[in-house]
Write a protein that binds this ligand. Sequence first.
Ligand SMILES: NC(=O)c1ccc[n+]([C@@H]2O[C@H](COP(=O)([O-])OP(=O)(O)OC[C@H]3O[C@@H](n4cnc5c(N)ncnc54)[C@H](OP(=O)(O)O)[C@@H]3O)[C@@H](O)[C@H]2O)c1
Length: 360
Amino acid sequence: MQTFAFLIHPLSIDDVAKKYKIAKRVSPKVVGQVLRRRPPFVISEIEGIVSATGAKAKGWFVVVPLLPWQFHQLEEDYVLEKIAKACKVARKEGAKIVGLGAFTAMVGNGGERLADLVDIPITTGNTYTTTTAIQGALKAADIMNITTSKSTLAVVGASGSIGRACAQLLAPKFKNILLVGRNIEHLEEVDAILKPNTDGEIRLMTSVSEAVAQSDVILTVTGAVEAVIEPQDIKSGAVVCDVARPRDVSKLVSMVRDDVLVIDGGIIKPPGQVDFKIEFGPPPGMCEGCVGETIILALEGRYENYTLGKKITPAKVMEMSQLADKHGFKLAGLRRLEKLVTDKQIEDIKSSVKKRHLAV
Ligand SMILES: NC(=O)c1ccc[n+]([C@@H]2O[C@H](COP(=O)([O-])OP(=O)(O)OC[C@H]3O[C@@H](n4cnc5c(N)ncnc54)[C@H](OP(=O)(O)O)[C@@H]3O)[C@@H](O)[C@H]2O)c1
């Protein structure tokens, strides 16, 4: 039996309240202080993974008790030490590789510093997340009849690990490409990598709302703690693939915009009858691309540091895509806020777009 562990952490006070109801009755500051003192712990054993090759794997979710804002505000060394402790818990449980979930993957230059502190292979899972985010964004664009070669793409968080790789692979398909982030120098580095393989016009932008307002397809994957895309920002008929956790797209969008298609990036269905035993976001039996990558590496017996740092190569994205096919991993359809987007909903979005165009 192959084994793995995956590190998770609460994304909000609501997440903490699922286990400790009192969290909603005290201030966020107090919740943060309590979590800070809590050591990492195993929250569930993951069973039922059976690859298309017949290989089997089991794993564990290990909680790093910190909220998103604490990953930014606390000393990096303190946070890394806590994540290293979680890796120790995973190893003791029997895991042979550890995947880093959400903000645990962003600390210490995308796992690079952590790799020096632990004696177990680690991966951020960002390679397979990139694969699935691209597949989802292109599928959604196709469904909304967007011809990419005539359209504008915005990658929000384009200088990050996932954003950079997504921009590299998607840019050649679009007419205009907007690379968006807070720091122009970071974006210039990405621009230099994209230019040789991109015929379209590339622009660098620091205003998320300005970039989003001009775009037909938006792939958003920032490390922001709060939403960065609001309802009024999005063009009618646009597709938004939201890969970030916590999400980049405000929840208000699904309430007030019936003329845009917003999908969760990277939700997949691993092979077998997988039971994760906890509610960690995706529907039962499904998981995010980063969890998928960790499982794939375990099924392959590839117990090595796989995705680390900020530079994911297209060759690696291709390799992960082939391994995912080999083991029977599938994109779990287009999903929004963990629910399947139905054909009827797509038709409704299209008809709202038409109505808005007629009204203008
Ligand atoms: N769905 C999944 O399966 C999955 C898997 C893995 C990770 N994730 C999520 O993906 C996100 C990014 O992960 P990553 O490893 O690629 O992180 P990363 O390497 O740290 O990149 C984050 C990017 O976001 C930009 N950024 C941060 N705050 C911003 C803001 N307020 N406005 C605009 N841009 C901002 C940063 O650029 P500047 O600093 O230059 O602004 C950087 O380009 C996280 O939310 C993570 O939890 C999702």
